[in-house]
Design a binder for this molecule. Sequence first.
Ligand code: ASP
Length: 352
Amino acid sequence: MSKGKICLIYTGGTIGMVSKEGVLTPVRGKEFETSVLKKIPELEDIAEYKFIDLLNKDATNMHPNDWIKLSNEIHTQIKTRRYQGFVIVHGTDTMHFSASAIALALGENLNVPVVFTGAQTAFSVPHGDARVNLLRAFKVALSNIAEVVICFGDYVFRGCRALKKDERRFDAFWSPAYPPLAYIGEELIIHDKSLFRERREARAGINFVNGFSEGIIQVSLIPGLDPSFFSNLIEDENCNGFILHSFGAGNVPNEGDYSWMRFIKDATDNGKPVLITSQYPANAAYHSPYAPGREAYINGAIPTLNMTYACASAKFRWLLLQFEDMEKGEKVEQLKLMMNHDYVGELDKPQN
Ligand code: ASP
């Protein structure tokens, strides 16, 4: 039987980093090939692969233009129909943001696995996770899971549901509001095929919508944060919208000098949508059951249901670009509607 074919795209990350004067630094693609890939000959036992040297970044420096570049590359390669799957080598710091953005750009008709992986340790650490994560990602790229996923440690997560949770442990990611799609054993362990999209012969062509707005401002709420520090931004023409990274179920302070309600109303009236994300994206609710959350929505804030904050921010940029020519009121209304639309399995609709 012929081996599968995989397209391996390198963007950087610890997995290939080397220490230069005590600082971990990403290597160029050429060096990654010789110092990492050539040292894992077993990859060739799993699949034939083509190596694409796209970026060499610490993922901390990835930005929306890099997502566009990466999605374009994947899309171009998908159209050749040469590959059964893709492996994207990426740093862990923003892997969950990139995976969410790429999932949205490639859309719901994606018919091959696009597998993000990386490592907590550089390849030079003998007992580290670089080698094993790459080999596992290759296995997943040949599987039936036709989605953008993060394969890390023992798990395969839907990419737009995953978050980084640990800086050192090898189980660096989790999926707070959706079960893992598979576990890694000798074979992939899949308990429930209905959790993911499978490859299908007759799936329509890719619905490719690539592009992400600039000018998003996220404010991470802390007790006693004075909203007036930010009010000038409402008039700033380079600012396209706000994210309030809130407490609990989407709760935003609503009392006295620290109330954000006026800010939310003014920004919304000025055509700058205000999204509410949460550090705990577990419940799929249109509204917080608490007054501080409820009042934020009444003043125009947009809930993000049980999306992760990483996916919500990528989706916000993605939709804002699509709606940029609309007039203020229509833009906010459309955003409200489409943020709560499920494109690629990034959210659950509330039961009531
Ligand atoms: N700072 C690194 C990066 O995100 C961390 C890692 O890859 O684990 O590129």
